[in-house]
Design a protein around this ligand. Structure first.
Ligand SMILES: Nc1ncnc2c1ncn2[C@@H]1O[C@H](COP(=O)(O)OP(=O)(O)OP(=O)(O)O)[C@@H](O)[C@H]1O
Length: 879
């Protein structure tokens, strides 16, 4: 299938690179190609009037017309205007031509847009937001008294805009969080090796082994890390707010534009919103067999890795409930990480994903009246999402459950993580828990006092609890896995959902049916989540619990094509009777946002989250696997285990020889087993075989290095300088594992990309027998001056802080990018890296780096002296 997204947003330069030099292997000098690319950009730009500074000032007096195209967004433009341009570009798909210059203000832009026949209320919203400040997203506040933007009008009218494009924002052009929340250089906290924070001014208190230069390098690095973290994904960008807002408010009415596309558009819109929120940039495509083998019965799924450290599966199922209901205890989240071995292909942009997904969804269920999109994700990004959706609520409790506007969404977060977060932020862990067995059949509500003594068996929702208890006792619930999988009982006993209570609007499980607000009519197999204001059937609950028990976060967004965003849901929203809807409405409240983002960017919180994440995902963590029987017994005791007791359940014991589970690699046949006719010889061949892969703007150039895997070549990857390491799998027995391991480690180090670790730009199979790892390209240091050494040491320490030892410390594995203050040392080659926090090993690595660098530096100096001597000799006048 051709997934070369027609609305894939490609700049002229990228396009030129791709179409101009399509062959993968070429010896053309890569920097020439870059120049050519830029030249062609300029050429293309001429057609569209690129606005450089000169032309801007020359055009100053000209009225803005609709004949010009914005090719770039001047940084001088006020932020709201920049946002508008971005939105316009995506709303109109470049059809609306407008020019932005330094004289353009927000009002001017809005005027231009208003003149256009397809002007959109979406734009008006932006305008309003600009005018009214940060209250836009509290729709009722924003709309009150401001005709014509009454609340319902807004919801309805915005829905007429083409959200597909509106949501198709590129993360790179969003407001960097830096502007709002980035601590200034003087106040940015610093990490010491123990992970504690210090004020930035106390640089001298930093580590001992690097001198002042080292401290300075580290300070800069830490600031950059902050910056990177801040900018990773779209958590705190206004655009992400928009996405949250869309999801929680507008989707009920959205997607009515393209009636023909129906499911496709709906799926696309929703998923783009999700993508925007989660900021994922790459993923793998999974199909039915792969899913079935893992107990995930849906029609298609995508597994994303998010820049912010999580993984997410988006799955579409034609029949709701299949997803988690296949009878296997741990469907796809294995040991805290999604198992993606054997998935189908790699995608490199979310546009591709949506095209693929939409096509596939239509293909697999062309006549289905209902398609369900489930998002199963784990870790921190969802925390950000949820805390921002309702930042006024206490973190841990509001995470437990959330219903989307269609009434069927559910987010459940990793409970231990939540408790940690809550302890961190509120000084105490969660104290009300739901206990149930791993089948989700038993649920009792237990409350603890501050001394961790059990004080209550039920919450106010006694009827619900009664039902649950009766139900469970009928089923003779006990710990242990009916399906032979590991028991989740101990873990479940600390489920974060504390709020089984009445009061929220009820919503029966299954698509489409809505009961009245505040309905109390439960049946025995239904339970109400007041936090979500929704009602789930037991089956769904089981599903959720299973997902949660697998240490993941589950979000189910069910879409009904019949009444996907129909009047019923709209009515529910309009009634305002839905506590859920009110809660779900994100608040664009600077203070709230600040507190959340400061939490997210707080170094201690980061390390806490990282730590908990590590406990549940660390591939090398060969923890003590708890005795399953013991866990079962614990679950049946009246007093549930403390949170810490649940931890061993998360820390997993794996076969050290087992391959990392979170990476994709199809089982690769040996080359000889592949018939000649089926071998990939070109990128096109690979594309035919791997329909998820698009010719991803990659241009391969000349050799720049070599190692045990073979040669590394310079490349341009989407117009970025890159290095491509190609690994022929059949050459060595362990190549596949090494490849997987290296990619895995790069992914684990994503926070340091571009700061201390070369950015992983792409990876995956490029033919039947070879895989590639594409990284940001840098230069080796020739002379290793002291400043380079300190930069490299600082980067290595940052890697150590992430709990990883490089394992192959050598000067050739550090590349440098940038100049002057921007210079950074980026580590590459992680195939020998391993998890570990051993101080002595860390010091040994640092020491080794210093020695390598010193010897290269000395050699460089002596060679230089020798060359100068020779030069002097040859140039001395002959006597
Ligand atoms: N991102 C990059 N930027 C610049 N040069 C790079 C980059 N990646 C790799 N190289 C060059 O290619 C060489 C080999 O790369 P790498 O170490 O990743 O390959 P390898 O096959 O794993 O080598 P080794 O046998 O040392 O493990 C590096 O020493 C470096 O010179």
């Amino acid at each position: 299938m051709d997934v070369s997204a027609q609305d894939e947003l490609v700049t002229p330069s990228e396009q030129d690179v791709v179409t101009g030099v399509g062959e993968q292997e070429s010896s053309m000098d890569i920097d020439d190609a870059a120049d050519a690319s830029h030249a062609s950009t300029a050429a293309a730009g001429e057609m569209h009037v690129v606005q450089d500074a000169t032309s801007r000032s020359a055009d100053k007096q000209k009225p803005l017309s609709s004949k010009d195209v914005v090719m770039d967004i001047p940084s001088s433009l006020p932020q709201p205007a920049r946002e508008i341009v971005v939105f316009v570009k995506y709303l109109y798909g470049y059809k609306l031509q407008l020019r932005v210059d330094s004289t353009t203000n927000v009002a001017g832009l809005l005027d231009i847009i208003a003149l256009d026949s397809v002007s959109s209320n979406w734009i008006k919203c932006i305008g309003k937001r600009c005018a009214d400040g940060p209250t836009l997203y509290t729709t009722d506040t924003w709309c009150r008294g401001r005709e014509p933007f009454a609340a319902n009008t807004v919801v309805g009218s915005i829905a007429r805009a083409d959200h597909t494009k509106a949501l198709d924002l590129q993360l790179s052009v969003m407001t960097p969080i830096l502007e709002l929340n980035m601590p200034t250089a003087s106040t940015a906290p610093q990490l010491d090796t123990s992970g504690t924070t210090h004020a930035a001014t106390s640089t001298s208190s930093n580590t001992g082994d690097a001198g002042n230069a080292g401290n300075a390098a580290e300070d800069t690095l830490i600031n950059r890390i902050h910056h990177t973290i801040s900018n990773a994904g779209s958590v705190a960008t206004p655009a992400a707010d928009d996405a949250i807002w869309l999801i929680s408010n507008l989707l009920p009415n959205a997607c009515l534009v393209d009636k023909e596309a129906r499911v496709k558009e709906k799926v696309r819109v929703l998923l783009k919103a999700i993508a925007l929120l989660f900021g994922q940039t790459s993923g793998v495509v999974a199909e039915v067999d792969w899913l079935r083998n893992r107990g995930l019965m849906c029609d298609i799924a995508f597994i994303f890795t998010t820049p912010n450290g999580g993984q997410m599966i988006v799955a579409i199922e034609a029949k709701r409930g299949d997803l988690f209901n296949s009878g296997k205890p741990l469907p796809v989240v294995k040991d805290g990480a999604f198992v993606t071995n054997g998935a189908l292909g790699i995608v490199n942009s979310y546009n591709q994903v949506f095209h693929y997904m939409a096509e596939s969804a239509l293909h697999v269920a062309p006549s289905a009246t209902t398609l369900h999109v489930s998002v199963i994700t784990n870790f921190r990004q969802t925390i950000a999402l949820h805390s921002r959706i309702d930042s006024s609520q206490q973190l841990a409790t509001t995470f437990s459950c959330f219903e989307d506007p269609s009434g069927q969404a559910l987010f459940v977060l990793l409970y231990t993580l939540l408790n940690e977060v809550r302890t961190q932020t509120h000084g105490e862990p969660e104290r009300i828990f739901v206990q149930h067995d791993q089948d989700g059949e038993l649920a009792t509500i237990v409350q603890y006092n501050e001394d961790d003594q059990r004080i209550q068996n039920r919450t106010e929702s006694e009827s619900s609890a009664n039902d649950i208890s009766r139900h469970s006792s009928r089923n003779g619930s006990r710990g242990g896995s009916r399906h032979g999988g590991p028991s989740r009982s101990a873990g479940h006993s600390r489920h974060p959902s504390r709020s089984y209570s009445s009061g929220g609007p009820s919503r029966r499980g299954g698509s489409g049916a809505t009961s009245g607000a505040g309905s109390q009519g439960y049946s025995s197999n239904q339970m109400q989540y007041s936090a979500a204001g929704g009602m789930l059937d037991a089956e769904s609950m089981q599903s959720v619990f299973r997902a949660a028990s697998a240490d993941g976060v589950a979000a189910q967004l069910a879409l009904s094509t019949d009444d996907l965003f129909g009047s019923e849901h709209g009515a529910m929203t309009a009634q305002g009777g839905s506590s859920h809807t009110q809660r779900a409405r994100p608040r664009y409240d600077r203070d709230a946002q600040r507190s959340i983002t400061s939490f997210l960017h707080d170094v201690a919180a980061q390390s806490l989250v990282a730590e908990v994440t590590r406990q549940s995902t660390d591939l090398t963590m060969v923890g003590d696997e708890p005795d399953l029987q013991q866990l079962d017994d614990m679950a049946t005791q009246s007093q549930p285990p403390v949170v810490a007791d649940a931890r061993p359940r998360l820390a997993r014991s794996i076969d050290p020889a087992a391959q990392p589970g979170c990476l994709w690699l199809r089982e690769v046949p040996s080359l000889s087993a592949v018939p000649e006719a089926q071998r990939c010889k070109t990128v096109d061949d690979a594309l035919r075989l791997e329909p998820g892969i698009k010719p991803i703007d990659i241009f391969v150039g000349s050799e720049i290095g070599a190692g045990r895997f073979g040669v590394v070549r310079a490349a341009l990857f989407q117009a970025l300088p890159a290095a491509i390491k190609r690994i022929v799998l059949h050459l060595y027995e362990h190549n596949q594992e090494l490849y997987q391991h290296e990619v895995h480690m790069y992914l684990r180090l994503r926070y340091l990309w571009g700061v201390a670790v070369a950015t992983l730009l792409g990876y995956g199979m490029d033919s039947h027998d070879s895989v590639s790892i594409i990284t940001e390209r840098g230069n080796l240091s020739e002379a290793w001056p002291k400043s380079d050494v300190e930069l490299a040491v600082a980067s290595l320490k940052a890697i150590h802080r992430m709990g990883i030892l490089h394992g192959d410390v050598h000067a050739k594995n550090v590349v440098f990018v940038g100049k002057g203050n921007e210079r950074r040392a980026l580590w590459i080659d992680f195939e020998c890296s391993k998890f570990g926090n051993d101080y002595h090993q860390q010091q040994a690595e640092i020491q080794r780096l210093r020695e390598c660098a010193a010897s290269i530096g000395q050699r460089f100096e002596s060679e230089k002296a020798e060359a100068e001597r020779r030069l002097r000799e040859t140039t001395l006048p002959v006597q």
